[in-house]
Design a protein around this ligand. Structure first.
Ligand SMILES: Nc1ncnc2c1ncn2[C@@H]1O[C@H](COP(=O)(O)OP(=O)(O)OP(=O)(O)O)[C@@H](O)[C@H]1O
Length: 352
């Protein structure tokens, strides 16, 4: 049985269908809902950027796609994964052993803190070998493949294989981790702030590599970041998270140039231009919501410059934001946002 989404997506060949997905933690203060009834589709071979402030639930969404929500969090709903071949799989119905097989083989992840993803006592080559052995792959053929992957990422395979993680620079380590995540030829790459620890130039060059590799391999990439400028140069579509749910989803160009949600516009306005280093971004006024006590009505109403009594009382539905059919915003006043919350951005840099 398929759970119906509360709003329609214009996704033709979904690799993920997330339906009514929630994550809760039991806290002394009460129930903390850190993902709130999320419906979302991810199209096969697309690069989906997921953005939002710190604490908005981005990492929860990423880990939900792998049924890897941290304990003691409880994930409910439906996460349907449609592999290229074979039957669709509801990830939440799988045994731990089945999930382990899907992870890395079909859905790979590069999570925050790449630096700690490697075991400091093993060489990079050992990591590749161990991954191949764990998944029952031919080690010789696999290492040849690893060689190619590292070369494609402009690394010197011989040197990298022999190195211990601490002997590589941050950018090299990140590229080695990217190669490792691609070793088993997964269909999906879920990346959670994979470049956060790197300097701006290195971030840009890694983003370029991710784009290139993603396109060459028809990979589906879910790229999580709080850094809107970064994702502007990468994503096909952008989903904006606020208060543990998506509030605007659409083609990257539409969301960046004609956003129809006051929060997205505030997020864009916190970025003087899309080349601004993160350190110089201005925070959005007001406090992000507490997951134990999320505002009723529109969750953004306490911070929204155009909210009124309707927003205080009623949770807005997702609605078409005009322009392309798949641009949707969860705001009562999508027609007023453009005029009433002008964008400061002079120019949006956008790679087609
Ligand atoms: N183990 C946990 N127990 C309880 N609450 C948690 C736990 N891990 C995360 N949370 C809460 O879940 C909410 C969403 O966290 P999440 O890490 O998904 O946010 P995020 O948008 O990825 O933030 P950041 O950009 O800072 O990583 C936050 O309010 C966070 O405090």
């Amino acid at each position: 049985m398929h759970a119906e989404a509360t709003h329609k997506f214009d996704v033709t060949d979904p690799i993920f269908e997330v339906r009514n997905a929630s994550v809760t933690f039991d806290m002394e203060r009460g129930e903390s809902k850190v993902m709130d009834s999320v419906d979302m589709d991810v199209d096969r071979s697309e690069i989906l950027g997921v953005v939002g402030e710190s604490g908005s639930g981005k990492s929860m969404f990423a880990s939900a796609l792998l049924d890897a929500v941290p304990e003691p969090g409880v994930l409910s709903g439906e996460i349907m994964f449609h592999p290229e071949e074979g039957e669709p799989i509801d990830l939440l119905d799988q045994s731990e052993a089945e999930i382990k097989e899907i992870r890395w083989e079909q859905i790979a992840m590069v999570f925050q803190g790449a630096m700690s993803s490697f075991n400091p006592t093993m060489t990079i080559g050992d990591h590749f070998e161990e991954t191949l052995k764990t998944h029952g792959r031919d080690v010789d053929a696999g290492m040849e493949h690893a060689d190619e992957l590292l070369s494609q990422l402009y690394l010197e395979p011989e040197q990298v294989f022999e190195s211990y993680p601490h002997e590589l620079s941050g950018g090299m380590k990140q590229r080695a981790l990217l190669a490792l995540s691609l070793l088993l030829e997964p269909e999906v790459l879920v990346m959670d702030e994979p470049t956060a620890a790197l300097d701006l130039l290195m971030q840009r060059s890694i983003i370029e590599l991710i784009r290139k590799i993603g396109r060459e391999r028809d990979l589906t990439i879910v790229f999580i970041t709080h850094d809107l400028p970064l994702v502007a140069n990468l994503a096909d579509r952008i989903g904006v998270l606020y208060a543990f749910e998506f509030i605007e989803v659409g083609p990257a160009y539409d969301v960046l140039t004609d956003s129809k949600h006051p929060y997205t516009r505030a997020l864009l306005n916190s970025t003087p231009n899309l080349d601004t280093p993160r350190e110089e971004m201005r925070p959005i006024e007001g406090k992000s919501p507490d997951p134990v006590n999320v505002p009723v009505g529109c969750t953004y109403h306490p911070r929204c410059p155009i909210s009124d009594e309707n927003c205080v009382q009623n949770d807005p539905p997702f609605q078409s934001a005009g322009g392309s059919a798949d641009h949707q915003s969860k705001c009562h006043y999508i027609d007023r946002t453009r005029e009433e919350i002008p964008l400061n951005l002079q120019e949006v840099e956008y790679n087609d």
